[in-house]
Design a protein around this ligand. Structure first.
Ligand SMILES: C[S@@+](CC[C@H](N)C(=O)[O-])C[C@H]1O[C@@H](n2cnc3c(N)ncnc32)[C@H](O)[C@@H]1O
Length: 391
């Protein structure tokens, strides 16, 4: 196996279980590595730090999979990690047949995402190196889950950054275009091969249930960036009289409409629009809602884009506060690691000053329990939500 030595000073971080080695931190290789090669990471004086895999052309060059000298990377280790991940999910009361089985570093498998939708699993390898363990992953998933099918999704981002040329597809069994899952007392259709991400935003399961606390029978609610109606249907279930659900994606809205009929719900208005334009229009017309949910996609994929992302949030919060009735609720989320809880609170505070409305924070949420995050790898905590009563 290729031996890699790293610069003095970096070893403390790795001994503290930080699993990444950045390219400039590498001093030498025992042999020039290729993308996906297994490596042993050593400190400058040759002491063992961990086993990992390498991509010499990316900024995060090495991901450490094992910090234990007695546990080298191999089929057995991958199977054990997957079994541990499943055992942990079995302990949780997620109230759904859809869950995240593997959350990358959060399950000690950097570069691997596995989402389970009933009898099907969707796999996403977010690094070239983890993708080279594909056969082991599929074999273990078949043994552990006994699924009807496994599908691989390859995002454009991963294809570009990691240089994965494959387009993904069925890895095992058969996978239909649409899978019906249940979450709490609702059913949802998931487009496994074509939907956004792996098909459904499982991370918001707990928040979708939580939102029911802020709905009174007869309320008028707004679900901005609604995707296939996750929040909209929960608002209806909690007794909302009317829900307006807005998204840019025609396909997501089509599924949203099907989801409403699957749950025998009416009075959801599905609107294909840019949420920013829609909010501006509602503000100009003086429209107000009892509950407004804002769950946008990630506006900040890196640190450099934080200022522009915050401008986007400021605009959404400013208009969102305007269109919330006195005593109503504005609930906002961010799914970007780079946008911290403090950023959201500060931006909301500034928007509330501009709008001259007092705001009481009544709750907060993060990604659900099947998305565990590592204290040593803070990027694994990416989703935050703030629940604000607008006076
Ligand atoms: C994080 S997802 C929302 C997930 C949803 N709340 C759920 O529970 O399933 C973000 C959604 O925003 C939509 N979107 C992205 N940009 C948008 C925009 N400018 N206006 C409206 N929707 C947008 C995407 O199509 C996607 O469905």
């Amino acid at each position: 196996m290729i031996q890699v030595r790293i610069k003095p000073g970096v070893e403390d971080r790795i001994r503290g279980f930080f699993p990444w080695v950045y390219r400039p931190e590498i001093i030498s290789y025992s042999k020039q590595p290729k993308k996906g090669d297994l490596v042993v990471v050593r400190d400058y004086s040759g002491r063992f730090l961990g086993y990992g895999y390498i991509n010499p052309s990316t900024n995060i060059s090495i991901r450490i999979v094992s910090f234990n000298k007695e546990e080298p990377i191999g089929e057995e280790l991958i199977r054990k990690r997957l079994k541990d991940a499943l055992d942990y999910r079995k302990r949780l009361s997620l109230d759904s047949n859809a869950y995240r089985l593997v959350h990358s570093e959060g399950d000690f498998l950097p570069g691997l995402i596995v989402d389970v939708y009933g009898e099907y699993a969707v796999v996403e390898f977010t690094t070239y190196g983890m993708r080279s363990f594909k056969d082991w992953v599929v074999k273990a998933l078949v043994e552990l889950l006994k699924p009807k099918g496994i599908y691989e999704r390859v995002s454009d981002y991963v294809a570009t950054i990691e240089g994965v040329e494959d387009k993904g597809g069925i890895l095992y069994g058969d996978v239909p275009e649409e899978v019906t899952i249940w979450e709490h007392d609702l059913k949802f259709l998931v487009l496994v091969p074509r939907g956004q991400k792996t098909g459904f935003f499982l991370d918001q399961r707990r928040a979708r249930r939580l939102i029911r606390n802020f709905v009174k029978p007869g309320d008028e609610c707004l679900d901005l960036f609604c995707h296939t109606g996750g929040f909209a249907l929960n608002m209806k279930r909690a007794g909302a009289k009317k829900v307006t659900a807005v998204d840019l994606s025609e396909e997501a809205l089509k599924v949203g409409k099907k989801n409403a009929s699957l749950n025998q719900m009416s009075d959801v208005e599905w609107l294909e629009a840019n949420a920013f334009d829609f909010l501006r229009k509602m503000h100009a017309e003086g429209r107000r809602f009892d509950l407004v949910v804002i769950d946008p996609p990630s506006f900040a994929k890196n640190k450099a884009s934080v200022p522009s992302a915050l401008r986007g949030y400021k605009e959404l919060f400013f208009r969102g506060l305007h269109v919330t009735k006195p005593g109503g609720y504005l609930v906002v989320y961010s799914c970007s690691f780079h946008i911290r809880r403090e950023h959201l609170l500060q931006t909301l505070l500034e928007a509330s000053k501009d709008v001259k409305r007092q705001v009481r924070i009544v709750g907060e949420s993060i990604q659900d329990l099947d998305h565990p995050w590592m204290l040593q790898t803070p990027n694994t905590l990416y989703l935050k939500g703030i629940y604000a009563e607008v006076l």
